[in-house]
Design a protein around this ligand. Structure first.
Ligand code: XMP
Length: 507
């Protein structure tokens, strides 16, 4: 196991993902919550940080239980922090150093740089520089602008680098992490999807035994993988509930329910469309719509789960990024832009023990585990779809007619993306029904009908996103098909806003 101490860098999760790609397990902890028992950790990595080591407010954790005992790698701020507190000198750079650089003067025969040669491209992002090494340190590499790009302090088992090995633009970054973790710290590369499935199934069997578990399926990747994993461990003791809130994609409820049944899952489909749509009637405010949907979902789920007699557990598809405690620079809570009702889970009154079999996995690992479990690529590669569904893509109040129109438009767009081989180039796509009527002409008739906006974005985690440059011919075909086939729509526009400043959903 590897410990990554987070100093608040935007790249910390990327370090963890690179380590996992090497089939080595790792955990992220905030620098100020250093675990008391370090005996499980065979290596520690210090992340970068937006702070300067010279500032009083910067993270200054006590590393005495790590230094000299566990191999330690400092990245960027981590490297500066180690230098600063070992008698080296860190000062502001004369010029801010961002972007690509090339390694030079790599120390010959150094195991840390095994299979990495002079000229290898690295990525820099810092405004302080290590000007002078600590007394017992040895220089390992430089770049044209940065004399001290890498160093080690052998008697403390410390390695340190000014550049970021975790980012894509550091070409040999993964090799460097492997050199440190495998070559120097002696870790084994045994964290594979197969091994994860095997040990997790054993643990779930032991933990749950023959008690009953309830799980809410959404059709999404996480809940599906969690269900299949639990099913492998406890079979029919897993009771899945799949709720139709009436705001799903066209035919999604029937098709997905069918797929779940074919996977052998013990799943009950509950069509609660009317309950949701009645509760939403007349509501125009996006946050209130979310709250209504969240509330009705809990009621429906609660009713259904009481029908499973003597259930003891609630399973959830929570994944690692939902749980990582973040180091907040301001110390305060960030502003609520949108309340994603499904983050935060179900209320306490359900009084069930919670089991979260995917809680240590990143999204890409969930997909790999899903593939190992034999789940179809089509389900694993599915675009994310928001819990409140089409409700937040119908701007303003929701009616059954509007849902039906948007389902048709969305189906044309999504099927089109699949047919044109574009679906996998897009991270998320959908259509928005706008509260706008505009004049058109069909045949010789004047029309005054609805407008839809198509949205397709590329992203890695939904936090930032950019619109996808879909071919004009494709957009033309979509516009034609939608206007010809969906009565009530006479205008189609394509959304070319990035996030930020726009968000992915329009509400
Ligand atoms: P935004 O619109 O905030 O969306 O850029 C980022 C990602 O979150 C999804 N999203 C939601 N998911 N409940 C959800 O489960 C919500 O209320 C919600 N709002 C946005 C959105 O689809 C995108 O993937």
């Amino acid at each position: 196991n590897v410990l990554i101490l987070d100093f608040g860098s935007q790249y910390t999760q990327l370090i963890a993902r690179r380590v996992r790609e090497l089939n080595i397990f790792c955990e992220i902890k905030p620098y100020n919550h250093l675990p008391e028992d370090l005996s499980d950790y065979k290596a520690v990595i210090l992340s970068g940080s937006p702070s300067s080591v010279r500032s009083d407010e910067a993270p200054h954790p006590d590393l005495k239980d790590i230094k000299g005992k566990i191999p330690l790698l400092g990245v960027c701020y981590g490297a500066q922090y180690i230098a600063h507190f070992h008698g080296g000198n860190v000062a502001p750079s004369k010029t801010r150093e961002y972007g690509r650089a090339r390694l030079s003067k790599i120390k010959e025969g150094e195991p840390f740089f095994k299979n990495i040669t002079t000229g290898s491209q690295v990525w820099m992002s810092h405004s302080d520089t290590i000007q002078q090494l600590p007394p017992k340190a040895e220089l390992l590499a430089s770049t044209a602008d940065v004399d001290i790009a890498a160093y080690k302090i052998p008697e403390e088992k410390i390695y340190a680098i000014q550049f970021h090995p975790e980012v894509y633009h550091t070409k040999d970054g993964k090799q460097l992490l492997e050199n440190f973790l495998v070559g120097i710290a002696g870790l084994e590369q045994t964290w594979t999807p197969d091994a994860f499935v095997e040990t997790t199934v054993e643990e779930l069997k032991k933990e749950i035994g023959s008690e009953k578990v309830i799980l809410g399926l959404s059709g999404g990747v996480d809940s599906t993988v969690a269900a299949v994993l639990l099913h492998k461990a406890i079979g029919k003791h897993l009771h899945c509930i799949f709720v139709n809130n009436g705001l799903l994609r066209k035919n999604e409820f029937e098709e997905v329910l069918d797929q779940y049944q074919h996977m052998g899952l013990n799943v009950k489909g509950v069509d609660a469309s009317a309950r949701f749509l009645d509760a939403l009637e007349g509501e125009e405010d996006p946050e209130k719509k979310r709250k209504i949907i969240g509330g009705v979902f809990i009621d429906v789920f609660d009713d259904e789960s009481h029908k499973v007699e003597d259930a003891k557990w609630l399973a959830q598809g929570t994944i690692y990024p939902d749980r990582i405690e973040s180091v907040s620079a301001s110390g305060g809570p960030s502003a609520t832009i949108k309340s994603h009702h499904n983050v935060g889970g179900l209320p306490d009154y359900m009084k069930l023990k919670v089991v979260e079999p995917l809680k240590m996995l990143f999204k890409d690992e969930v997909r790999r585990v899903g593939a190992t479990l034999g789940i179809a690529d089509e389900r694993l590669g599915r675009h994310p779809f928001p819990g409140p569904g089409l409700a937040i893509r119908i701007l303003g109040d929701i009616t059954r007619d509007k849902v039906a129109i948007l389902q048709e438009v969305d189906a044309i767009f999504i099927n089109g993306l699949r047919e044109w081989g574009l679906y996998d180039d897009v991270w998320q796509a959908g259509a928005m029904l706008l509260p706008v009527h505009s004049v058109g002409v069909m045949g010789d008739e004047r029309t005054y009908e609805k407008c839809v906006a198509l949205r397709a974005v590329e992203s890695t985690d939904g936090m930032t996103a950019d619109w996808v440059n879909l071919p004009y011919e494709f957009l033309q075909k979509m516009s034609n098909d939608i206007i010809n086939k969906v009565p009530g729509v006479n205008r189609v526009v394509y959304d070319i806003s990035s996030k930020p400043p726009a968000t992915i959903e329009w509400e």
